[in-house]
Design a protein around this ligand. Sequence first.
Ligand code: FMN
Length: 167
Amino acid sequence: MELLEGLQTRRSIRTYTERPVTREQLHEIIHAGTMAPSGMNNQPWRFVTIQSKETLQKLAQFTKYSQVIGKAAACIAVFVDKTAMYHEVKDHQSMGACIQNLLLASHGMGLGAVWLGEILKSAKEVRELCGLSNDMELMAVVALGHPAGKGGTASRKSVEEVLIREM
Ligand SMILES: Cc1cc2nc3c(=O)[nH]c(=O)nc-3n(C[C@H](O)[C@H](O)[C@H](O)COP(=O)(O)O)c2cc1C
């Protein structure tokens, strides 16, 4: 898939078939995440993959999007390593770039994925479920699997609406 085509056709996918994803696929997606740019190349991202049905059910309890996690073949919990940070804003920007890469890689591999942010309200519980220390701060959970349907049609503002000045 061409890069531009991929980023224009990616949509959040919230329903998945029963088909599992492989460990190799998850590693490939995470590898794409690690290819994101980061300030001073500090690469503050850390990941936990969750494929166990039992653990997915526990994770699902921490968000109102429990049905998404309940149907997902896997989730990737994305953390920023606070001990690796050097600038709060820039490190969070790096994390956003990383998470977007996870979504684009999933899409490019024919999988469907969605960025779950609402679950951050239970960041501590997710971190503890993952068995991590306070050094790790949850940035998002990406739920993914083989798409059971098409994504939404969330519209976008036109370039004319968002380009506020051409100087
Ligand atoms: C920071 C962030 C948090 C999000 N949190 C959620 C979420 O908790 N649940 C959900 O279903 N989608 C979530 N999304 C996905 C957005 O709803 C979605 O990207 C947006 O509606 C545009 O649709 P599209 O991704 O299909 O183009 C989140 C996206 C971002 C970037």
